[in-house]
Write a protein that binds this ligand. Sequence first.
Ligand code: PLP
Length: 374
Amino acid sequence: MSGFADRVERVSISGIRKVFEAAGAEAINLGLGQPDFPTPDHARQAAVDAIQRGEADAYTTNKGRRSLREAISDKHARDNDLAVDPEEVIVTAGGSEALHLAFEAHLNPGDEVVIPDPGFVSYAALAHLAGATPVPVGLRDDLTLDPAAVEAAITDDTAMFVVNSPANPTGAVQSVDDVRAFAELADEHDVVCVSDEVYEHILYEGEHRSPAEFAGTDNVVVVNACSKAYSMTGWRLGWVAASERRVERMLRVHQYVQACASAPSQYAAEAALTGPQDGVAEMVSAFAERRGVILDGLRDLGLDVPTPSGAFYVMPAVPDGWVEAVIERGVVVVPGEAFGERGAGSARLSYATSLDDIEAALEIMGEATAAVDG
Ligand code: PLP
């Protein structure tokens, strides 16, 4: 019988894609989850050079080129004060594959995975694909994840919980106390904490800390990528960092589903990580300006919107029918429920787009708000 796998039937195509498909070609897109900046020249050039030297034609080692893993190890020492041995790293096809490896290697059918709700769309889907059950927990009013709420959701079946700071879709950044508390939960309950740090550098207030800094066990698995920090979403280059025994298990999955990350992208990533970092700061300061404009604009419309401290998203509470009214008028925003049940009644707006687009979109959102308010 040529049926389909139950675990695949439990997953559907992301709600974000559906919104894009519904919008016209002329629409202003505040739905995108990627920076609107070019990849730094030195990163592009490193890939071009490697291709021209003929060094990017073949498979690399499964874990990724040693010199890239050394650059990742140096990055963790520089940015996170973390000692990560190059052997404790697997280079992956984006943060997406890194998450997939972490879930596949650690979850059994029937296990529970505690995830933020609203949260990044992959967490629930990857839990299902691993045969596990996602357990969504709600957020605080400021849209951060409360360690106490995670602890309350932990049962004998919990194998993992996910922390994402700065977060998609909320832009919320966890406090240092929260991050320490997440590490303690991982230690005390002996569950894996997957820490998704792909927005680490896109930060306006507070500081980015990793639970890996505070954990007394090897229960924290760090996921990161070049995608957002260096505007390299198309290069598909990320990594997972964890203890050797965890890396060895994740490598078993990576070896058979991916073999190795794309070789040209590995050269570009190494240059991005080791080269000048000022492009990141320039991008973040552009996002900071846009954040101010979109927050003021939304508040002027009477919408309630927590100030996001990181990433490039805002998540206002919106009246019934608002998302549809905005999309009908040609602005793409993503309905909050695409990120979990508790996202209902809100919308995710990305400001990784030009100021002109943001201003034009605010105008249209004003018309939509008036129409919905009647
Ligand atoms: N984690 C979060 C929170 C994200 O928002 C994304 C992409 O949007 C990813 C991981 C995956 O990133 P990548 O493009 O590196 O696969």
